[in-house]
Each structure stands twice: as structure tokens, then as C-alpha cells.
Design a protein around this ligand. Structure first.
Ligand SMILES: Cc1ncc(C[n+]2csc(CCOP(=O)(O)OP(=O)(O)O)c2C)c(N)n1
Ligand code: SF4
Length: 342
């Protein structure tokens, strides 16, 4: 019998799988699902304590293909952020992961998405960004770059919404950009997001090989691979591993996360501090102007508390409170009513 690798809670990689994928062969979204499974396995997270959320689109179908033992809610188009906010308040003990598309998030869902970040709702939110509506056959989405050419030849002349920049501006506290094909960078970034308490937004460029992979597209596999600009190499160190990271003075940056785990960023060319909001926004702007995809942990704010903590919820999830906990007595009601008359 071959030795199957097990994690700290004695689960195998198979325990993190879901149903077989129905994505087109080579779709970036499948590669992201593989990184999601890797991250959960490596972080030894119990899949039965996780809730998967999504909207509508090819990307939003993918939670069916990983973590088959987790809770799940497939919301209507663009409403995942609102449903995730409600789920988080109803049961803050479940670990939420949301998967959405650039259409689902940056078009129909933009308003809900903004308010989720403004509240710093605890979630790992992955946008599988291919610049088009894959499910409805390749129309431009709001993240399509200006000058990008649609499969039928139409040129996009409307500026793109940059989801990383928006997330930094609107109050998300962990903002990363990555590429579906870079599991070495993406999996630790997801591990970091899962360890973070607050809105962790990962804008992951994920080529649609069927409708947006042609000459003239700025989200094709070939184009993206040729324009990646990683800020750093990323390592994730869980709290139980007391490893002294192999630091190179002045070239590495360590980020401590809420559960005691650490992300070590090995700087590449640039001197970059992800806790500097101004630098983060400037860097995203500069990369866009140069036609590059800046990847890595772009922004991190350890100081802001998440929405459920701010609301000072009781420790027992609201969803588990019984009638006796929820129904005030007649005297308590009188007191509450009297307080409104003052
Ligand atoms: C209310 C509503 N409007 C429009 C649609 C049609 N529709 C389905 S998926 C989709 C966009 C999907 O694009 P994206 O979120 O980028 O996901 P992808 O398929 O590219 O992964 C649209 C417009 C819908 N399902 N519901
Ligand atoms: S249409 Fe595009 S986004 Fe949808 S599964 Fe196929 S390659 Fe992926």
C-alpha cells in the first residue's frame, strides 16, 4: 500500500476534492480550484467548518469542484457579497470562501462588493478575472482593458475597473493579485487570506481559453504570461511551525496574520512595503500604465477589526441561539419600549 500524505488533522488531499469539473479544458478557473484545495489542505482546515459562496458564471460554478464536504450557497448573479455578509453574521464560526467572476463582481455585483469591503466582512474572496463573461459566450466585462479586442473583433474603448485598487481604496484589509497558472504564488496567498480576519480580496487573472485567448486580448494566456510583474516570492508559515525564516536582511518582509501565522515576502526588484496604502495604490497605477500585472500581496492592514467583531456579537453564532435566548420577556420588552419614549 502506498503512503498517502496526511495533514495535521489527518486528512488527505482527496478529502478536499469536490465533483469533477465541467470547465473547458485548460480554463484558468480549474487551476485556481487546484490552488484552493492545496491551500486548505496545507493549512489543515476542516472542510466541514467552511462555507463556500458564489454568484453566477463559470467561475461561480467552481465551488462545486472543491471541498465537497463544506457548506455552500450559490447566490443569484452579483449577490454573493450580500449573502456572504449575512452568512458571516449568522454564523461567524464558519470560515467563508467566496468565488466570483469579474462580471459577477465588477458589473452587476459592484455595489454589494463595495459595501462588503467597506464593512471589512471576514471572507477570502477570489475574483477569477478573465475580462469577459465566459458563461454567456465572451462579452467584455468591466475589467476588460482599454484597447483589448473581443473574439469577434470589437475593440474595447472603455477604461477597466481595477479591482485591486478599488479594494484597497474601499477598506479591504488584505489585497492580492495573482495568476491562475502560478500555484507557487497563489496557494500561499490563499493560505494567508484564510488566516486573515477581514475582507481578503484576491484578484486572480484567469484566462478564458474559449472566448478570450486570441491575438489582441490582454487576458489571453500568452499575453498574461508575458506581462506578469511579481513584487515578491511568497512563503506562508502556519502558527504551529516555529521556523525562523531564512531572512535576507533588507530584502524580505514578514507579515504577521491574526492567527499567529506569517507570510514572508521575498522581495524581487522593488522595495515594497504592503502596509503602505499610498505606495500600494501608486504601484497598481504604475503597473497598469505600463500594461503589466503586478502580482503578490499588494496591500495588508492588520489594524482594522472585521465587521462581526465590530458588532460585538455574542460568542454563540446567532444561527445557534434558541427561542429562549432570542425572545425577550414581557418585562424586558417594556424596558426596551420605555427606552424609545425618552
Ligand atoms: C440577473 C442576471 N443577469 C444576467 C445573467 C446572465 N449572466 C450569466 S453569467 C454572466 C456573467 C458571467 O461572467 P463572470 O462573472 O465574469 O464569470 P465567468 O463566466 O467569466 O467566469 C451573465 C451576464 C444572469 N444569469 N442573471
Ligand atoms: S467558457 Fe471560458 S471561463 Fe467558461 S469554462 Fe470555458 S474557458 Fe472557462
Amino acid at each position: 500500500m502506498t503512503d498517502v500524505k496526511r495533514n495535521r488533522i489527518n486528512l488527505t488531499e482527496k478529502d478536499y476534492e469536490g465533483a469533477p469539473s465541467t470547465m473547458c479544458r485548460g480554463c484558468g478557473h480549474d487551476a485556481i480550484s487546484a490552488s484552493v484545495m492545496r491551500a486548505f489542505f496545507e493549512s489543515s482546515i476542516d472542510p466541514r467548518k467552511v462555507i463556500k459562496l458564489s454568484g453566477i458564471g463559470c467561475s461561480s460554478k467552481t465551488p462545486a469542484y472543491f471541498l465537497g464536504q463544506s457548506f455552500g450557497f450559490n447566490a443569484v448573479h452579483g449577490r454573493m457579497s450580500a449573502v456572504a455578509t449575512g452568512a458571516n453574521l449568522a454564523n461567524h464560526k464558519l470560515l467563508p470562501i467566496g468565488i466570483s467572476g469579474d462580471g459577477d463582481t465588477a458589473a452587476i455585483g459592484l455595489g454589494n462588493f463595495c459595501h462588503m469591503m467597506r464593512r471589512n466582512v471576514n471572507i477570502t474572496y477570489i475574483v477569477e478575472n478573465n475580462g469577459v463573461y465566459g458563461l454567456t459566450k465572451g462579452q467584455f466585462s468591466a475589467t476588460a482593458d482599454i484597447g483589448s479586442v473581443m473574439k469577434g473583433g470589437k475593440v474595447n474603448d472603455i477604461p477597466a475597473i481595477d479591482l485591486a485598487e478599488l479594494a484597497i481604496t474601499l477598506g479591504a484589509t488584505y489585497v492580492a493579485r495573482s495568476f491562475s497558472g502560478d500555484r507557487k504564488q497563489l496557494a500561499p496567498l490563499i493560505q494567508g487570506a484564510l488566516a486573515h480576519r477581514g475582507s481578503a480580496i484576491l484578484d486572480v487573472i484567469s484566462p478564458c481559453v474559449t472566448f478570450n485567448n486570441h491575438e489582441g486580448s490582454t487576458k489571453s494566456l500568452k499575453y498574461v504570461k508575458g506581462h506578469l510583474d511579481p513584487i515578491h516570492d511568497v512563503d506562508f508559515i502556519p502558527p504551529y511551525e516555529n521556523i525562523e525564516a531564512d531572512y535576507e536582511e533588507g530584502t524580505d518582509h514578514e507579515v504577521r496574520l491574526h492567527d499567529g501565522s506569517r507570510i514572508v515576502l521575498h522581495k524581487l526588484s522593488k522595495d515594497y512595503d504592503p502596509t503602505d496604502k499610498g505606495q500600494a495604490i501608486t504601484a497598481v497605477h504604475a503597473a497598469v500604465a505600463e500594461g503589466k500585472f503586478l502580482t503578490g500581496l499588494i496591500y495588508y492592514n492588520p489594524n482594522r477589526i472585521d465587521f462581526a467583531t465590530e458588532l460585538d456579537l455574542c460568542d454563540t453564532p446567532l444561527a445557534e441561539l434558541g427561542q429562549e435566548d432570542l425572545q425577550p420577556t414581557a418585562e424586558q420588552l417594556d424596558e426596551i419600549n420605555a427606552s424609545f419614549m425618552k
